[in-house]
Ligand binder design. Structure first.
Ligand SMILES: C[S@@+](CC[C@H](N)C(=O)[O-])C[C@H]1O[C@@H](n2cnc3c(N)ncnc32)[C@H](O)[C@@H]1O
Length: 361
């Protein structure tokens, strides 16, 4: 189904949307309830930043709501089920979290997702803008000061075969239906592996790498020609996009400074450049990007800037109003409700609470 049709179906499924344009949908409400209304496999990228629970920030809705870690993890487990359901088979998933929760979240997510990376976000901030790192009494520490955050990156897993990607499974099924060996198919396409002749197809089936668009077209043609495979889906519906090169960050260590304090900053606002990096690498233009904990609306702004469609959900009405204004501006409609002066840097934000875990504030 086309992305536009998916977008329309989401819009029709949710009656509480605050901003609806041809490119963005902003929904006020509890995201766990809201996403239950979304159609299956309608989202290409989930890029989301839930309350960390470990940071215990009074000014983030939900950050102090869970008495025990287990309560928080059970809440996240309910999201994982829905996220897996609404994500396209070739979609991607990023979830920000505190280092102290990352391992347990990974275990929960791995029931539904194939975990690909645990990205470490370092915050190379200038002195004076690096939270409590300089100010705190180092001698009093009982563990290494947590100056990084984690971003779990994953793709949907497939029942009974968690480590195979969607395309790998599909290719094997179609090739076997066509009665071709890996070697034969590789020869027809002319995509010889470096080590052996079945190499390319064998690597694709194992999910080690993926064919180019040109190779995929040759492959589809070869499978259809056998007469036993009736149709092959379009490239953009089966190959999970992952587009990096040596000109941008391609490792799992991301060095993006955090957002400097300014009047009106969200206490956990993530840097736009980092969100753009995540979106650009893992989506095609026109794909739908979902953020279930939208805060300042940063994910939707990054998605819009890159020509993607955005769906964002936020429970706090104040942040909904803020995002509404930002989206209207980005879409070229409405009047500026907050001025640039409101975004000027301030010396110290109220969000700076003395905590071991410095969530992007
Ligand atoms: C860590 S912050 C996200 C910050 C965001 N990434 C940004 O750059 O501004 C989490 C956000 O989730 C919101 N939130 C908490 N519980 C929610 C829920 N059940 N449904 C929707 N939003 C929720 C909070 O109000 C908060 O704004």
């Amino acid at each position: 189904m086309s992305r536009k049709k998916d977008f329309e179906n989401i819009r029709n499924a949710v009656s509480s949307a605050r901003v609806v344009t041809s490119k963005s949908i902003l929904i006020e409400g509890d995201s766990l309830e809201v996403i239950k209304l979304f159609p299956d496999h309608s989202i290409s990228l989930i890029l989301t930043d839930p309350p960390y629970h470990a940071t215990k920030k009074w000014n983030i809705h939900g950050d102090t709501s869970f008495k025990e870690d287990l309560d928080y993890l059970e809440w996240m487990a309910q999201f994982a089920v829905e996220w897996r359901r609404i994500l396209k088979p070739n979609g991607s998933f990023f979830c920000f979290c505190a280092p102290s929760m990352a391992a347990r979240l990974e275990v929960i997510f791995s029931e539904h997702f194939n975990i690909l990376s645990q990205i470490i976000w370092t915050k190379p901030n200038d002195p004076g803008f690096d939270g409590w790192k300089q100010k705190m009494k180092k001698e009093a520490l009982r563990q290494w000061y947590a100056h990084t955050e984690r971003i779990i990156f994953a793709e949907p897993a497939f029942d009974g075969n968690l480590h195979r990607c969607y395309f790998g499974n599909l290719l094997r099924e179609m090739r076997q239906k066509a009665g071709l060996t890996m070697h034969q198919l590789t020869e027809i396409i002319g995509a010889y592996g470096k080590v052996n002749h079945g190499g390319a197809v064998s690597n694709w089936e194992a999910g080690r790498n993926v064919p180019s668009l040109e190779q995929y077209e040759k492959l589809s043609k070869a499978l259809l020609k056998t007469g036993t495979v009736e149709s092959m889906p379009p490239y953009y519906d089966v190959i999970r996009p992952f587009m990096v090169d040596s000109s941008k960050e391609f490792t799992d260590v991301w060095d993006f400074p955090s957002v400097r304090p300014y009047k009106g900053k969200h206490p956990a606002e993530k840097p736009l450049e980092m969100l753009e990096h995540a979106i650009e690498a893992t989506t095609y233009r026109g794909d739908i990007v979902l953020d279930c904990f939208s805060g300042s609306g940063s994910t939707s702004l990054a998605a819009l800037k890159l020509g993607r469609l955005s769906v964002s959900i936020e429970i706090d009405p104040a942040w909904i109003s803020h995002t509404e204004t930002m989206l209207e501006l980005a879409n070229g409609i409405g009047q500026m409700k907050t001025t640039i002066a409101d975004r000027r840097p301030i010396k110290k934000s109220r969000a700076s609470q003395p905590t071991l875990f410095t969530e992007s504030g």
